[in-house]
Structures are given as C-alpha cells and as structure tokens.
Design a protein around this ligand. Sequence first.
Ligand code: HEC
Length: 105
Amino acid sequence: MKHTALIALSLLFSPLVSLASDISSARESELLNLLKHDCGSCHGLSLKGGLGPALTPDVLQQKPIEYISATILYGRSGTPMPPWRPFMSEAEANWLAQRIKEGVQ
Ligand code: HEC
C-alpha cells in the first residue's frame, strides 16, 4: 500500500523534475545580462577582450563546450577568471558556453 503510494507520487513528480532542468526564458535573459555586464567587465562589452581574452566565435571555434563551460564554472586559478558555480548550474553554464560560441550579441 505504502509502496504503491510512493510509486504514484514519483510518477506524479517526474515530469516536474525534468521540466526543472530546462532553463526558463526569464533565466536565459538573466544569464545573457550577466554575460554582458559581469563577463563583459573583463572580456569587453562586446566580448572582444580586455583584462580577459576575447570570447568571440573565431577564438572559441576549436574549443569544446565542456572546456568553455568548465572554465566558466570553476574559473582559472592563478588568474583573475573567477568561478561562477555559485551563480549558475552546469546546464546553465553549458547553455551560456553555447551562446558565446555562436557569438551572442
Ligand atoms: C575579473 C575578470 C573576469 C571576469 C569577471 C570574467 N572573466 Fe573569464 N577570464 C578572465 C581571464 C583573465 C581569463 C584568462 C585566464 C587564463 O589566463 O587562462 C579568462 C578566461 C575565460 C575563458 C577561457 C577562454 C579561452 O579561450 O580559453 C572563458 C570561456 C571565460 N573566461 C568566460 C567568462 C565568462 C562566461 C564570464 C562571466 C560569467 C567571465 N569569463 C568573467 C577574466 C574574467
């Protein structure tokens, strides 16, 4: 009896869990805003470089999403590149990495 209830509950909630891993369009705007203002403060407003290197599609073309995403999440120790893990999930970092690689403006 108890088990049946648990199974019913997990069936009920599983669609919610998969929805939660999708990034809402509001969150997407937040991430793009962060990219422009926070990342832009070092990488340049149009990401063409500043204190940090340029993050343009030509520069990132050969670099895998996982590499870009890991740099965003964990930063580069010994350099000014900070870790952004406290501010975004892995899925969000992957999404942002994809946008940067495509050349978001
Ligand atoms: C305080 C300055 C600073 C901020 C803010 C910053 N970065 Fe960086 N970032 C750097 C520096 C400096 C490097 C170069 C690190 C090195 O020498 O390896 C770097 C490197 C990178 C790289 C690796 C580039 C490559 O070609 O290997 C990526 C990707 C990156 N940053 C993305 C971001 C994103 C996305 C944000 C915002 C969420 C961000 N950075 C915010 C300073 C910054």
